[in-house]
Design a binder for this molecule. Structure first.
Ligand code: AMP
Ligand code: GLY
Length: 422
C-alpha cells in the first residue's frame, strides 16, 4: 500500500525509516519532509498544517494510510477531514486531540475520572488567577491552556515570578490565543518519564517508556527546549511501574474519553512525574514524542506499518509487539543559539562517516542543496544508537557525533546520565 507521513522533524524521519522497512509498503511519501527524509521516501511540498492539500494529495495518490506526526494538524481536524474523505488515518480526531490542545480540558478529565495529577485551577481572568497564586504560594506552575509549541509552561519559584507569568501569558499575549486561559497547578517533584500507548478506540496497547532531556545544557541547566536527547527503556519505569501507569492513568483516561463520547485513537503520550506517591500525569500529548520516537523506532522489531494498520482497524488486541532488549539513545544536535534565535543554512558534513559505525542519523531540520546537507531548523540531527545498555548506547552515539563535521552545531554531552547513575 501507499503511505503518507505528515511532518518534517526527526520524529517523522524515524517513522518513515521504520515504515520503509515494512513488507506491506508499496510507496512512501512524506509531506513536507526534510533533507534526510528525502533519502528514504518521496517528499511532497505540502505543509504539515495544510489540511485540504493533504486530503487532496491522499485522494489523488490513493494513499492507503496517512500517519500524522505533529499535534497542530490533529488539533485542527486533519484526521477528521481524511476520514470524511474515506482515507485511513493514524491519529486522533480534533475532539480527542484536545487532550493536548487544552490543558484545562485534560485536567478536568483527570479530575472527573480520578487520574493522579497535580492539583490545579483554571482561569480566564488575570486578577482571579493572581488571587489564587496569593492563596497557594510558590513554587507553582503557570501554563497557557492551548498549544504553544512546548513553550507555554512556566515554572515559578516565587509568587512574583508567577504574577509575571500571568501577565506574560494573559496581558502581553505571549502565546496569542493559546493563553486566553491559564491552568495554575501544584509544583510536583520526582523523576520524569515519557510513556506511550497505542489506542484503537476499544483496545489499548502499551508501548515502552523513554526519558527526555528538556533543558538545553548539561546537568539540566538553561532554558527548556523541545528535547535535547532521549533514551529507552527508562529504568525508572520497570514492569510494575508500567502496570501501575496503565491501570491508574492510561486505561481510566481511555475509558473516560470513550464514555464522554470522544473516543481516542492513535498514540497517547503521557508525560509523567514519578513521585514518592507514585506516578502522576504532567500532561498528555496526542502524538509521539520528539526525540523519544527516534529511540522507540530503533528498538521496535515489529513491522510498524502492520501495527499502525491494526490500530486503525480496531484490532490492537491481535498485536504482540517485539522490542529489542537493547537500549536506544539519541543525541540531538542543534544549531548554535537554539532555543533562542539562530541562523539557517550552515553546511553539515560527515553524516555517512557517523553512520558507518552503526549509528542512525535522523534529520530533524535539514534541507539538501545539490549534494550538500544544510541546517534548516533549531534541532537539526538526532544521532541514534542501539547497544546492550544505556552507557554503551551513549558511547556509540557520541562516537558518531564526533564524526559529524558541523562547527555551527552543538549538543549536550550528558544524555542518559540519569539511567547511567542509577
Ligand atoms: P509540559 O509541556 O506540560 O510537559 O511541561 C514542560 C515541563 O515542565 C515538564 O517536562 C516538567 O519538567 C515541567 N512541569 C510541568 N508541569 C509541572 C508540575 N506541575 N510540576 C513540576 N514540573 C512541571
Ligand atoms: N520530547 C517531548 C515532546 O515531544 O513533547
Amino acid at each position: 500500500m501507499k503511505v503518507l507521513v505528515v511532518g518534517s522533524g526527526g520524529r517523522e524521519h524515524a517513522l518513515c525509516w521504520a515504515i520503509a522497512k515494512s513488507k506491506k509498503l508499496q510507496k512512501l511519501f512524506c509531506a513536507p519532509g526534510n533533507g534526510g527524509i528525502a533519502q528514504v521516501c518521496e517528499c511532497v511540498d505540502i505543509g504539515a498544517e495544510d489540511i485540504s492539500g493533504i486530503v487532496n494529495f491522499a485522494k489523488l495518490e490513493k494513499i492507503g494510510l496517512v500517519v500524522v506526526g505533529p499535534e497542530a494538524p490533529l488539533v485542527a481536524g486533519m484526521a477528521d477531514c481524511l476520514e470524511d474523505a474515506g482515507i485511513k488515518v493514524f491519529g486522533p480526531s480534533a475532539e480527542a486531540a484536545m487532550i493536548e490542545g487544552s490543558k484545562g480540558m485534560m485536567k478536568d478529565l483527570c479530575a472527573k475520572y480520578d487520574i493522579p495529577t497535580a492539583n490545579y485551577a483554571r482561569f480566564d481572568e488575570c486578577n482571579a488567577a493572581k488571587e489564587y497564586i496569593r492563596a497557594h504560594g510558590a513554587p507553582i506552575v503557570v501554563k497557557a491552556d492551548g498549544l504553544a509549541a512546548g513553550k507555554g509552561v512556566i515554572l515559578c519559584r516565587n509568587e512574583n515570578e508567577a504574577y509575571a507569568a500571568i501577565d506574560h501569558i494573559m496581558t502581553e499575549n505571549a502565546f496569542g490565543n493559546a493563553g486566553a486561559e491559564v491552568v495554575i497547578e501544584e509544583f510536583m517533584t520526582g523523576e520524569e518519564a515519557s510513556f506511550f500507548a497505542l489506542v484503537d478506540g476499544k483496545h489499548t496497547l502499551p508501548l515502552v517508556a523513554a526519558q527526555d532531556h528538556k533543558a538545553v545544557g548539561d546537568g539540566d541547566e538553561g532554558p527548556n527546549t523541545g528535547g535535547m536527547g532521549a533514551y529507552s527503556p527508562a529504568p525508572i519505569v520497570d514492569k510494575a511501574m508500567a502496570k501501575t501507569i496503565m491501570e491508574t492513568i492510561i486505561e481510566p483516561t481511555i475509558r473516560g474519553m470513550a464514555a464522554d463520547g470522544t473516543p481516542y485513537k492513535g498514540v497517547l503520550f503521557a508525560g509523567l512525574m514519578i513521585t514518592d506517591a507514585g506516578p502522576k500525569l504532567i500532561e498528555y500529548n496526542c502524538r509521539f514524542g520528539d526525540p523519544e520516537c527516534q529511540a522507540l523506532m530503533v528498538r521496535l522489531e515489529s513491522d510498524l506499518l502492520e501495527v499502525l494498520l491494526a490500530a486503525v482497524a480496531g484490532e490492537l488486541d491481535k498485536v504482540e509487539l517485539k522490542w529489542s532488549r537493547n537500549a536506544a539513545l539519541t543525541v540531538v544536535m542543534a544549531v548554535n543559539g537554539y532555543p533562542g534565535s539562530y541562523e539557517k543554512g550552515s553546511e553539515i558534513k560527515g553524516i555517512d562517516d557517523a553512520e558507518a559505525g552503526g549509528a542512525v542519523v535522523f534529520h530533524a531540520g535539514t534541507k539538501t542543496d545539490g549534494e550538500k546537507i544544510l541546517a534548516n531548523g533549531g534541532r537539526v540531527l538526532n544521532v541514534t544508537a542501539l547497544a546492550p545498555d544505556v552507557a554503551k548506547a551513549k558511547a556509540k552515539a557520541y562516537d558518531a557525533v564526533a564524526k559529524i563535521d558541523w562547527p555551527e552545531g552543538f549538543c549536550r554531552g550528558d544524555i542518559g546520565w540519569r539511567a547511567i547513575d542509577r
